[in-house]
Design a protein around this ligand. Sequence first.
Ligand SMILES: [Zn+2]
Length: 196
Amino acid sequence: MEDKHHLIYYPDSILRKKAESVDSINPLLINFINRMKEVCAEKKGLGIAAPQVNESVSIFVTPMIGTHIKTKDPIYAKNFEDWTVVINPKIVRYSQEYVGYEEGCLSLPKLYSTVFRPKAIDVVYQDINLKTQSKVLTHWFARLFLHEYDHLHGILFTDYLLGKISNGTVQDVPFEEKLKIQKKLNDFELEARGST
Ligand SMILES: [Zn+2]
């Protein structure tokens, strides 16, 4: 039997669904979280959200640790146990200041573009023991958190660039850049149609 839990690519509809919140941890869910880490590590991702591994639940994982440290550079976990697991995330405050940085997504391979996002956020989430964590995030971790949080709400980073939604700032994306992104999305859609 083929494992259902593999990397999901655009335009799969699960990437557009709002994820269900998690109210208890059980062995099946632990297995799934471990699978998320495997898929993310295999693809050398900085983070992965549950819908990208074919389950519409409110979880994301990242090899980045030290979320409380306001460093500009990400710090990576040496082994799977040390990864950061984020369950039922909420963003309670966004900074007024925005920063632009190049982003990509495992579900949209080889597509990179600059996205403007709040520089800092205050977040609340539950860890793997369902213990509530409150943190102030900046730099890399803020960007990652916002990107993965979006996945749990059916939002992809390209939505901002194509003006489909706003994240609170006006980002001027050059016409040629929009065209490049739209063409890439069309290619993914054609490819998906061809393979079914
Ligand atoms: Zn992504």
